[in-house]
Design a protein. Structure first.
Lengths: 113, 121
């Protein structure tokens, strides 16, 4: 199984400042035939189901604010919130869908400093 | 509007069985792969099982293999998870999720609120 490791476990950022979350996969999730990394980012607020933010490592889901961006390829990925808003307080998960079983990172809790 | 509504969660004794259902609406159910993802209380997300759009191909995580079966009825727009030989560690909220494509090899763009399964004597 591919192991997804997120860091940090939690971070506190001031409103308007940048938040950066890292995700590392134990094997490459880059599919050579289409040159896509099979990596998604989800946001989960308390009491709510996860929400898809980013797929193919860097494609923003429709309706997601452009302050959210994803980058990386192969085994190392980053989710960046360029200017943290109060409504961004949540737990963020990465997930690989390259190889079954699809696996999630442990999550990163983002709070306001 | 896409809606996914899970049901069937309950308190069950260890070794018991449950069948979860996920009723889908607002999209052409038969065109999309679906997955079950669970979340134990206070813990992270854990992928349980996925099924392709036709229902002909399923895959289960090792920790449920041989105990859980994922299936779908495209005529009823419903996804199922038959859960047998339940263990305490299966206690979790179970979400169904719609994939972006007919293939499971895509992100999950819509999720249900989940149904709670508690395994306890």
């Amino acid at each position: 199984d591919i192991v997804m490791t997120q860091s940090p476990d939690s971070l506190a950022v001031s409103l308007g400042e940048r938040a950066t979350i890292n995700c590392k996969s134990s094997r490459s999730v880059l599919y050579s035939s289409d040159n896509k990394s099979y990596l998604a980012w989800y946001q989960q607020k308390p009491g709510q189901p996860p929400k898809l933010l980013i797929y193919w490592a860097s494609t923003r889901e429709s309706g997601v604010p452009d302050r959210f961006s994803g980058s990386g390829s192969g085994t190392d990925f980053t989710l960046t919130i360029s200017s943290l808003q109060a409504e961004d307080v949540a737990v963020y998960y990465c997930q690989q869908y390259y190889s079954l079983p699809f696996t999630f990172g442990g999550g990163t809790k983002v709070e306001i400093k | 509007e896409v809606q996914l509504l899970e049901s069937g969660g309950d308190l069950v004794q260890p070794g018991g069985s449950l069948r979860l259902s996920c009723a889908a609406s607002g999209f052409t159910f038969s065109n999309y792969a679906m997955s079950w993802v669970r979340q134990a209380p206070g813990k992270g997300l854990e992928w349980v099982s996925g099924i392709d759009s036709s229902g002909g191909d399923t895959h289960h995580a090792d920790f449920v293999k041989g105990r859980f079966t994922n299936s779908r009825d495209n005529s009823k727009n419903t996804l199922y998870l038959q859960m047998n030989s339940l263990r305490a560690e299966d206690t979790a909220v179970y979400h169904c999720a719609k994939h972006q494509l007919g293939s499971r090899y895509s992100g999950a763009d819509h999720w249900g609120q989940g149904t709670l399964v508690i395994v306890s004597s």
